[in-house]
Design a protein around this ligand. Structure first.
Ligand SMILES: Cc1cc2nc3c(=O)[nH]c(=O)nc-3n(C[C@H](O)[C@H](O)[C@H](O)COP(=O)(O)OP(=O)(O)OC[C@H]3O[C@@H](n4cnc5c(N)ncnc54)[C@H](O)[C@@H]3O)c2cc1C
Ligand SMILES: NC(=O)c1ccc[n+]([C@@H]2O[C@H](COP(=O)([O-])OP(=O)(O)OC[C@H]3O[C@@H](n4cnc5c(N)ncnc54)[C@H](OP(=O)(O)O)[C@@H]3O)[C@@H](O)[C@H]2O)c1
Length: 275
């Protein structure tokens, strides 16, 4: 079959070589995003992740040794490029190398898409709560840009928890949802259906809530802020990021009567742990 993407080189049955096309540093040495060419035929559902590979020549200078890690797609299923949002882990085998890549450099992308943090997990529901910590925001940006999400849910509430204000990234993108041309064409009354609730836990920042999501759930602040109510009929929760946060929120929601959405067993919660 003809390869329609000149940058996309098939080098194995399992993965392709792609090219970095853009980099945005959010917090130097800690948080950045990048775009790359999209492998020909690479399809995914909003919320899924890819496996990315870097050739870690810094540590193994004479070998083609690829280090692989899971990365949620930030970009939407309909975007021509792929976009990812990354932390830099000090001495991390993958991210210390990834952080040094420049536009034009190579990144390997596994041909398979992975993951079940998708709205297909929910058979019903009216209000979709997207609860993320740190880089766990990534899949929610993709989900929010998918018109299908807005067809499935009436209200969508994005809660992003970060340690500091500078880590509340993708602000323009999030605030731009209400005027996004693709969504405006396809989604009725979107501005009244979307709420963004930023949370900053290690400094006091105007316009944000200041406690962990777990506390905001139990003390009623999230409900008060959103003007919504929790119910098994309406509420659905997606949780992504720090595994301790995922566990603690899941346990908190359990005490409120919510349970995991499993195959053959409908539920209200879908989660993804990042480490
Ligand atoms: C399904 C899935 C999706 C993921 N999607 C993303 C993503 O979109 N963006 C992203 O940056 N990472 C994501 N990760 C984490 C990513 O796969 C790597 O762990 C990360 O790139 C660090 O790699 P490393 O080799 O440098 O350090 P590792 O050796 O992999 O990790 C070392 C330590 O760093 C911390 N850590 C790892 N990842 C993160 C993180 N994202 N935020 C905060 N602390 C972290 C943990 O304490 C971990 O034990 C995802 C992980 C999974 C399982
Ligand atoms: N951010 C930094 O400056 C920094 C510096 C050095 C190392 N690191 C390393 O980077 C990694 C992650 O950093 P990060 O800032 O992206 O992510 P993080 O530690 O997961 O923090 C992101 C947000 O999640 C909240 N959170 C963490 N655990 C939670 C829980 N159990 N329940 C509810 N909310 C919870 C945090 O609140 P709290 O603030 O209350 O924890 C914060 O608001 C860590 O492994 C850390 O060792 C980060």
């Amino acid at each position: 079959m003809k390869n329609e993407n000149p940058s996309d080189t098939q080098i194995s049955d399992k993965y392709t070589r792609e090219v970095i096309t853009g980099i945005r540093t959010w917090v130097p040495g800690k948080l950045f995003s990048f775009t790359c060419t999209r492998p020909t035929g690479f399809r995914f559902t909003a919320g899924q992740f890819a496996r990315l590979g870097v050739n870690n020549t810094l540590q193994l200078p004479n070998e083609l040794d690829i280090v692989w890690r899971a990365y949620s797609m930030v970009s939407s299923p309909y975007d021509e490029h792929l976009e990812f949002f990354s932390i830099v882990v000090p001495d991390g085998a993958f991210t210390t190398h990834l952080n040094q890549l420049k536009v034009g450099d190579t990144i390997f992308v596994d041909k398979t898409n992975f993951g079940f943090l998708t709205t297909a997990r929910f058979e019903s529901g009216n209000d979709l709560w997207l609860l993320g910590s740190g880089t766990g925001l990534a899949p929610f940006i993709s989900i929010l840009h998918d018109p299908a999400t807005w067809e499935q849910f009436q209200n969508i509430i994005l809660v992003h928890s970060a340690r500091t204000a500078e880590e509340l990234v993708y602000q323009e993108t999030i605030h731009g949802l209400n005027t996004h041309p693709m969504l405006l064409e396809l989604v009725d009354n979107l501005p009244n259906r979307f709420q963004y609730i930023p949370v900053v836990t290690r400094e006091v920042v105007a316009g944000t809530l200041g406690q962990r999501i777990t506390s905001l759930l139990t003390d009623g602040q999230l409900l008060e802020k959103s003007g919504l109510k929790f119910s098994q009929e309406d509420s659905r929760f997606m949780i992504c990021g720090n595994p301790d946060m995922v566990t603690d929120i899941r346990n908190t929601l359990k005490t409120m009567g919510f349970g995991p959405a499993r195959r053959n067993k409908p539920g209200e919660i879908a989660v993804e742990n990042y480490w």
